[in-house]
Design a protein around this ligand. Structure first.
Ligand SMILES: Nc1ncnc2c1ncn2[C@@H]1O[C@H](COP(=O)(O)OP(=O)(O)OP(=O)(O)O)[C@@H](O)[C@H]1O
Ligand SMILES: [Mg+2]
Length: 350
């Protein structure tokens, strides 16, 4: 399957640690993708569950239940979908919620599926309602109703489909309507990786890229990668660039630190945008509360970029918090900038 069939996500800003992937990166990622379940680092729970689903299907000579993979960007959903097809020895067809504009588009894909194929539907929460309804029937009854003719004379001819497996991926499982969620026999939820796991991802990637990565450097990069393999691999490539151009080619701890300083990724994994949001919140708005739009204007970004690129990580790290009146910086947020939170005015004496 060509990876460029994958529909690029809209990932907003240009930050080095932002979560989506562009076309150039897609090619780089393709080279680093684990091909089999036992090469897939971390996520022991999902890996074991999935391996049981696949092994049992293989031993029964049947197609496995439909699989839903959910979790934040860059944690391995697409990678797992490809692994599922590879482990089953099946071919993989790829589409996505946003790419399917009309129910007819999905009907065309479904009616061309061959027995045992894996249909990967990325961003499945963005499927249009009519396509979603068509998918319910196809997943449950292996049938698609093909509409022939137009207007009053139109009729639906049921077409039986061969058994196949849908692998759905979503970053927003909560947006999936219950009837659709129920049609997946297995849901794997991917969680952020521990630093030690990211270190293993990095050592593996360095091996594939043929670059000498020191263990201490891997630990340093891992700790700044926001629990996300995609970011870890991205930072690894930047450290490699630095080591090749400014260093002696070796990816040492010193090289990692110097490179990540050039790219403005701090010790906790915050990049320029994250820090400017936090700085604006503290320095310009006294720690908040401040509304999203005002905050976005202050840092010269679109509100959507601030909301989807910077904030989720800042929330997760406990550096900012959301209140009914807007965003506020936490004590940890102030401390991260080396600033002291002002004493609330109500408690001042005099
Ligand atoms: N468990 C893992 N072990 C090794 N590498 C991994 C693992 N998970 C992800 N990666 C690497 O991270 C990159 C991103 O993973 P992937 O594209 O599968 O994420 P995703 O969950 O589909 O993200 P998105 O939601 O943005 O589509 C891949 O190129 C892959 O090399
Ligand atoms: Mg993906």
């Amino acid at each position: 399957m060509a990876e460029d069939e994958l529909v690029p996500e809209d990932d907003g800003g240009q930050s080095l640690v932002r979560s989506g992937a562009d076309d150039v990166e897609r090619a780089a990622e393709a080279a680093l993708r684990p091909r089999h379940l036992d090469e897939f680092v971390g996520q022991p729970v999902v890996r074991e569950q999935l391996s049981l689903v696949l092994q049992s299907a293989l031993s029964r000579g049947r197609t496995p239940d439909h699989v839903l993979l959910s979790g934040p960007p860059g944690l391995g959903k697409t990678t797992l979908a490809m692994i599922i097809a590879a482990e089953l020895g099946a071919s993989l067809r790829v589409s996505s919620g946003p790419a399917i504009q009309h129910a007819g588009d999905l009907a065309a894909i479904l009616s061309s599926l061959e027995e045992g194929e894996v249909l990967f539907l990325d961003e499945i929460h963005r499927l249009a309602r009519p396509a979603e309804e068509l998918l319910y029937v196809a997943m449950e009854d292996f049938r698609v109703d093909v509409v022939v003719g137009k207007g009053a004379g139109a009729s639906a001819i049921p077409l039986a489909l061969p058994p196949f497996t849908v692998v759905g991926a979503t970053t927003r499982a909560g947006l999936l309507p219950a009837p659709l969620r129920d049609r997946f026999g297995f849901t794997g939820h991917l969680d952020f990786y521990a630093d030690g796991e990211l270190q293993r991802v990095l050592m593996r990637s360095a091996g594939l890229l043929g670059v000498p990565l020191d263990v201490e450097a891997a630990a340093e990069i891992a700790s700044r990668s926001r629990g996300t393999p995609r970011i870890a691999n991205r930072l690894l490539r930047r450290v490699r660039d630095w080591a090749e151009v400014r260093g002696d080619g070796r990816l040492s701890l010193a090289a990692a630190r110097a490179a990540l300083e050039v790219y403005e990724v701090d010790h906790r994994g915050l990049d320029r945008l994250d820090r400017s949001v936090l700085t604006a919140l503290c320095s310009r708005f006294g720690g908040g509360p401040v509304g999203l739009t005002t905050l976005a204007v202050a840092v010269g970004e679109e509100p959507e970029t601030v909301e989807t690129v910077a904030e989720p990580f800042l929330f997760r790290e406990g550096l900012i918090a959301r209140t009914p009146r807007g965003r506020v910086a936490t004590a940890d947020g102030w401390a991260h900038l080396g600033l002291t939170a002002p004493v609330p005015t109500g408690t001042l004496f005099g």
